[in-house]
Design a protein around this ligand. Structure first.
Ligand code: CA
Length: 232
């Protein structure tokens, strides 16, 4: 299994070093910064498995960082554990209200903090498992990963391997936006057999086959694509 990646955003050097050291010792890959603004770009760049976020930061504070990460479709699925000082309960409530996944209060024990991080990772993994289903049924579309077929209104269609993987990947993560680069690396990767590495071309081909269900794959302008969420 790949070692989980954690981004730490904490301005106090002692605590930051303590976190870096102990997380690394637990086998995590760690990227850290002391600055909220830089933390945002670090999270976008590294696409970590979780973020440890201090609330009291100079400049852009932790609440603002949390709000921005949770309102950005590209980062909102990444679990955030807030690190708060004593007496910041109202900030904790605010943070959880805007989507933070958990918190630890300073002074914290490293053991407790590591346990919290592992817990949010586990919950994230469960979610991922649930969405990575063999058979996905949406409206008149049935995507069957077991026998590699797509049926539209009962009619079996021929998809290329790339088209199938792309559709299955998007449909496995409804509501989540992916950039073209993310789709390219996660769906096509290093596959040398894929001639056309242009995601738009594959999406166009898939939509054509889905006919009246073409809008299940939404174009998010300036960002990428997403499979329509069920409750939309
Ligand atoms: Ca601080």
């Amino acid at each position: 299994m790949k070692r989980p990646k954690i981004v730490v955003i904490e301005d106090e050097p002692d605590i930051r070093e303590l976190l870096e050291y102990n997380l690394a010792r637990e086998g995590f890959r760690v990227h850290s910064t002391r600055d909220g603004e830089e933390g945002l770009s670090l999270v976008k760049r590294e696409d970590p498995d979780a973020v440890l976020l201090d609330l009291m930061l100079p400049g852009l504070d932790g609440i603002e960082v949390c709000r921005k990460l949770k309102s950005d479709p590209l980062t909102r699925a990444i679990p955030i554990v807030m690190v708060t000082a004593k007496g910041e309960e109202s900030d904790i409530v605010l943070g959880l209200g805007i989507g933070a996944d958990d918190y630890v209060a300073k002074p914290f024990s490293i053991k407790e903090l590591i346990a919290r991080v592992k817990a949010v990772l586990r919950r994230g993994a469960l979610k991922e498992e649930r969405t990575d289903r063999e058979r996905i049924v949406r409206d008149g579309v049935v995507i069957d990963a077991g026998c590699h077929t797509v049926r539209v209104d009962g009619k079996s269609l021929t998809f290329t391997a790339t088209q199938f993987r792309l559709l299955h990947f998007l449909a496995s993560h409804p509501g989540r936006v992916f950039t073209r680069d993310q789709l390219l690396s996660r769906v096509i990767g290093e596959d040398a057999l894929v001639v056309d590495r242009n995601i738009d071309v594959h999406v166009r081909a898939i939509r054509k086959k889905l006919v009246s269900y073409r809008d299940l794959i939404e174009t998010i302008r300036g960002v990428g694509y997403r499979f329509q969420d069920e409750d939309e």
